[in-house]
Design a protein around this ligand. Structure first.
Ligand code: SF4
Ligand code: SF4
Length: 86
């Protein structure tokens, strides 16, 4: 599933990143790759679940969570397909 192109609120501050790898570990849509420091490799795949920001101990990630799940649930109702949010 992909979110709407170029509307994701995900913000990443590389200067705060220690390369711990938690964001890549918890992200359900492989938005981050960590090789030394994190890098956003699939921005439009972000569903704004907030897991990366919650698990980044260093405040390197900010995201307005909740909207992506709402979108997925509405889409599921409209299309009759299974919700792929969580
Ligand atoms: S969780 Fe935060 S500090 Fe760790 S790799 Fe990701 S952005 Fe960097
Ligand atoms: S908000 Fe969720 S989907 Fe988006 S990058 Fe973070 S963990 Fe991945």
């Amino acid at each position: 599933m992909k979110y709407i192109d170029n509307v994701v609120s995900l913000c990443f501050d590389e200067s705060k990143c220690t390369g711990c790898g938690m964001c890549a570990e918890v992200c359900p849509h492989n938005v981050f790759k960590v090789d030394g420091v994190a890098e956003i490799i699939n921005r439009n795949g972000c569903i704004e679940c907030g897991a990366c920001a919650k698990n980044c101990q260093f405040g390197a990630i900010k995201v307005c969570s909740g909207v992506g799940c709402a979108y997925a649930m509405i889409k599921s109702k409209v299309t009759g397909k299974e919700c792929s949010c969580c």
